[in-house]
Ligand binder design. Structure first.
Ligand SMILES: Cc1cc2nc3c(=O)[nH]c(=O)nc-3n(C[C@H](O)[C@H](O)[C@H](O)COP(=O)(O)O)c2cc1C
Length: 220
């Protein structure tokens, strides 16, 4: 492949030596939410960059998949919570097809967690509480941004922000009706631990009933 940019060869040959200890069934335990908690605590402790960033995959009703990064803001037995604009592209897809996948990747630990499940909206109180905990600038931006819609130019957006700053200079920025949280209620959670020579560990939990999970090891 003559004259190809060097980066192309680099992409084919890039390998990173992995020297992580493994994930076994005994340490993993029977509760994937507890294991997720251990892993995200470690990601924070090891200073993974944006440890709560996760790729959210959604699909249109006719099966066209899309993905983007969002931030995990809460988790528990009911699921994994993030906040967004309900009228955004992801919001429209989730209204029509309330299923989604999440991918966490913590490169520093060679760890990945994949979560699939069904989606519901958080209640309004939860959305409002979180909205009002955000910095004022983020609240104003959420208010003026019709997320995923075209804007004429940057100046138009900045003018909208200025107008909102003026309008709410002496009052609380209200949580927009079309803004709030989603909870992904998991049916499958897979933990992937990178190991040497691509002999990675993959432990997959599939929900059998509320609070009960079947655990299987998957080939890497
Ligand atoms: C690190 C990171 C974190 C992000 N967190 C969020 C988030 O929590 N909520 C959100 O709506 N968008 C977030 N975004 C922006 C989304 O990736 C995306 O651009 C936006 O939500 C519009 O997506 P959509 O058009 O598919 O609906 C984040 C982007 C990055 C890179």
């Amino acid at each position: 492949m003559k004259n190809e940019p060097l980066i192309k060869k680099t992409l084919r040959t890039l390998r990173r030596a992995v020297n992580q200890s493994g994930l076994d069934e005994k340490d993993a335990g029977s509760d994937p939410i507890a294991l997720f908690e251990k892993w995200i605590v470690t990601a924070v402790e090891k200073e993974a960059f944006e440890p709560n960033a996760m790729v959210l995959a959604t699909a249109s009703p006719d099966g066209h998949p899309t993905a983007r990064t969002v931030l995990l803001k809460d988790y528990g037995p009911d699921g994994f919570v993030f906040f967004t604009n309900y009228a955004s592209r992801k919001g429209e897809q989730l209204t029509a097809n309330p299923r989604a996948g999440l991918v966490f990747y913590w490169g520093i630990l060679m760890r990945q967690v994949l979560i699939d499940g069904s989606i519901t909206r958080t209640d309004r109180k939860t959305s409002e509480e979180y909205f009002h905990s955000r910095p004022r600038g983020s609240r104003l931006a959420a208010l003026v941004s019709a997320q995923s819609r075209p804007v004429a130019n940057r100046a138009e957006l900045e003018q909208l922000l200025k107008d909102a700053e003026e309008k709410y200079k002496d009052s609380e920025v209200p949580c927009p009706e079309g803004w709030g949280g989603y909870v992904l209620n998991p049916t499958r959670i897979e933990f992937w631990q990178g190991r040497a020579d691509r002999m990675h560990d993959r432990l997959c939990y599939t929900r059998v009933s509320d609070g009960n999970w079947k655990l299987e090891r998957l080939a890497p």
